[in-house]
Design a protein around this ligand. Structure first.
Ligand SMILES: [Mg+2]
Length: 220
């Protein structure tokens, strides 16, 4: 079995540990609804599609999506409308939960003696915020975030992690949903890989799994 010999396991966060895309959509829709109610001059669907455009153009780490949305339709920054959106967004964000079998699978892997860590691209504060909200901050033994390692998820990112763990790359297994970020560069660094994906998806990963509980069987 190709995954045998792994001693540490790295997990991508977004759309691997929890349904990021789904939650982000829900939070943004909720923000837009609240802003329309507070006086944004737009219909909900129109405002939502405009917000999606703003997020695409300015990246998800930009701080003023809702300010820009307000200016777009009301031609000025209206603090009341923006605050309505921020409050609704935060309520939705407080509701993030891991995928159903994640917590149990992580605890089982830890019990079996694997070192388990998050390996994620993004801002460290934002990614740790997610781990705390998901209640996984003390289940995982640590997190490697691209901002702190000084490089995005490429081969160098994974090489650095193996070095920090004092392990040969072949003893590390990377688990994630994105072929180009989680699988290919980790493989290039010499790690084992498992891709979380739908049945039938093409992947160069050593294994494909539907969710993290699949990992338990493969590592047996
Ligand atoms: Mg991901």
């Amino acid at each position: 079995m190709k995954l045998r010999g792994a001693r540490a396991i790295l997990f991508d966060i977004d759309d691997t540990l929890f349904p990021t895309t789904e939650f982000a959509q829900r939070a943004r829709k909720s923000a837009v609804r609240a802003m329309v109610k507070a006086g944004l001059n737009a219909a909900g669907a129109q405002a939502y599609s405009t917000l999606r455009g703003i997020v695409r153009n300015k990246s998800s780490n930009y701080q003023y999506h809702l300010d820009d949305l307000c200016v777009r339709f009301n031609h000025k920054r209206d603090p009341k409308i923006i605050a309505a959106g921020i409050a609704a967004y935060h309520v939705a964000k407080a509701g993030i939960r891991p995928f159903p079998r994640v917590r149990k699978a992580l605890l089982a892997l830890r019990k079996r003696g694997y070192g388990i860590y998050a390996a994620s691209e993004g801002k460290a504060l934002k990614q740790w915020d997610k781990l705390y909200r998901l209640g996984l901050h003390n289940v995982l033994q640590g997190a490697f975030i691209s901002e702190e390692l000084g490089c995005d998820k490429g081969k160098a990112f994974y090489v650095k992690i193996a070095r920090i763990l004092h392990m040969p790359a072949a003893s590390v297994l990377m688990v994630g949903d994105r072929e180009g970020k989680d699988i290919i560069p980790a493989k290039e660094a010499g790690m084992k890989t498992a891709r979380v994906c739908k049945k039938g998806a093409k992947s160069e990963a050593d294994a494909k799994i539907a969710d993290l509980s699949g990992l338990l069987k493969l590592l047996r």
